[in-house]
Design a protein around this ligand. Structure first.
Ligand SMILES: Cc1cc2nc3c(=O)[nH]c(=O)nc-3n(C[C@H](O)[C@H](O)[C@H](O)COP(=O)(O)OP(=O)(O)OC[C@H]3O[C@@H](n4cnc5c(N)ncnc54)[C@H](O)[C@@H]3O)c2cc1C
Length: 401
């Protein structure tokens, strides 16, 4: 179980987890709980901040609503895992080292790559310079400040995906004096069934959100966005929610990545080019029978748990099992008192069943509100984290068991 590092000293097998998001936290808590008290294994978590970023709640932060202060080092207390605060600036997958803040180097035997993804502002001129994003608490707070200072005017939310919908609803509800325009290629809730989609659209209409689907933003300017065709839409603030991009670190390290920079994994969630690197969450391209998984917390947390189980099995001389995951719901907040939950098949296509209104709000708050209770349970009972829908035939890849 021990490993030899570059300096020649015999040390414990060092598992380093990069990124304390939904997936990285699931991996580190699950692994630390499983190897606790076992000699020869140590676990380190590296993250930019001590405070856990609840990305799902950033639309609340962007409208100056309080969210819980969740401390990563506090959660790790008693697990035996070490926390290192810092910005990862490079990974050397051959030397098996990680560079932090350009001045510290950390060696690893097994790496868990969980650096997530950020919104993609690179494809449209002006988005990087003139639009707000919900990439982190600080970015969301900047938008909150701007919205509070605006006495009136127009806020354009660019991107009609679920982040755009939740943000538009939240802004419209908290700032009734602002006009909110939601722009995007697709109808909001396009992937939902017709009834759930109609509820979502009705809620946006009641909140006064002007929805413009089937449009393409070509440019973000100070004070406006320009659409394909040349039309200009005045905007006192623009929130950009279109598309995601991943950190360039994986590609720079020589790991095999897909066209979106995500680490391509095998069925056990190991990098196909570097099997001592596991990739999880939004930073990983994980293939299931229905295709490559898209970034969500519901899928990201199971990838973290599974990577931990795989590492534990390998350390005990056993073969890791294939990862299987099937989606089961799409919960969407529509302000504080309304929501819609579309239940799905494992391939994420909508079932007939859905919830709306208060029942959906309660469901969302109970089932998906915060991962903290889940991590807390996992610390004490690691097996409690290992239950998620495996997706049956939907997730089976030809040639695998
Ligand atoms: C506004 C918004 C709302 C969302 N709502 C939902 C929802 O309702 N349901 C749902 O399932 N999904 C939702 N998502 C998607 C969900 O948040 C992501 O799928 C999830 O966060 C992915 O988890 P992760 O652990 O892979 O990455 P993240 O949670 O993004 O964590 C990555 C971590 O790595 C750290 N990091 C990144 N780069 C570095 C570096 N170089 N050095 C050090 N640390 C670094 C980050 O600071 C962060 O802590 C939403 C996303 C957004 C933006």
């Amino acid at each position: 179980m021990s490993a030899r590092h570059g300096n020649g000293t015999e040390t414990a097998h060092h598992v380093v987890v990069l990124g304390a998001g939904y997936a990285g936290m699931a991996a580190v808590v699950q692994l630390a709980a499983r190897v606790k008290g076992r000699d020869g294994v140590r676990v380190t978590l590296v993250n930019a901040r001590e405070r856990f970023t609840e990305r799902m709640r950033l639309p609340l932060t962007a409208t100056a609503q309080e969210t819980a202060e969740l401390s990563v080092p506090e959660l790790l207390e008693g697990t035996g895992a070490q926390f290192v605060r810092g910005w990862v600036t490079a990974v050397d997958a051959d030397a098996r080292t990680v560079r932090i803040d350009d001045d510290r180097v950390l060696g690893y035997d097994t790496l868990v790559y969980a650096l997530g993804a950020a919104v993609d502002t690179s494809g449209v001129p002006g988005a990087e310079d003139h639009a707000y994003t919900l990439d982190g608490a600080q970015e969301a707070e900047l938008l909150a400040g701007r919205l509070t200072r605006l006495g009136g005017g127009t806020v354009v939310v660019a991107g009609s995906g679920l982040t755009g919908v939740e943000s538009a609803a939240e802004i419209a509800e908290r700032h009734p004096r602002l006009k909110v325009v939601l722009l995007g290629r697709d109808e909001p809730g396009a992937a939902m069934g017709p009834k759930a989609r109609a509820h979502l659209r009705g809620a946006l209409d009641r909140l006064g959100v002007e929805v413009r689907a089937g449009v393409e933003v070509r440019k973000v300017l100070p004070g406006a966005v320009e659409l394909a065709g040349g039309e200009s839409v005045a905007a006192d603030a623009v929130l950009w929610t279109c598309g995601t991009r991943t950190s360039p670190l994986a590609a720079a390290a020589g790991l095999t990545v897909d066209d979106r920079g995500r680490v391509v994994t095998d069925s056990a969630l190991r990098s196909v080019s570097h099997p001592d690197v596991y990739a999880i969450g939004d930073a990983a391209a994980v293939r299931q029978g229905y295709g490559v998984m898209h970034g969500t917390c519901q899928g990201g947390m199971p990838t973290g748990v599974h990577a931990a189980l795989s590492i534990d099995r390998v350390l005990r001389g056993r073969r890791p099992k294939p990862f299987r995951f099937g989606y089961y719901h799409t919960p969407v907040s529509l302000g504080r008192g309304n929501a819609v939950v579309q239940f799905t098949r494992p391939d994420d296509s909508p079932r007939r069943i859905f919830l709306t209104g208060r029942a959906a709000v309660r469901y969302k708050e109970t089932v998906t509100a915060s991962p903290w209770p889940t991590y807390g349970r996992m610390k004490k009972m690691p097996a409690s984290g290992a239950f998620w829908p495996r997706g049956g035939r939907f997730t089976r890849i030809r040639g695998t068991k």
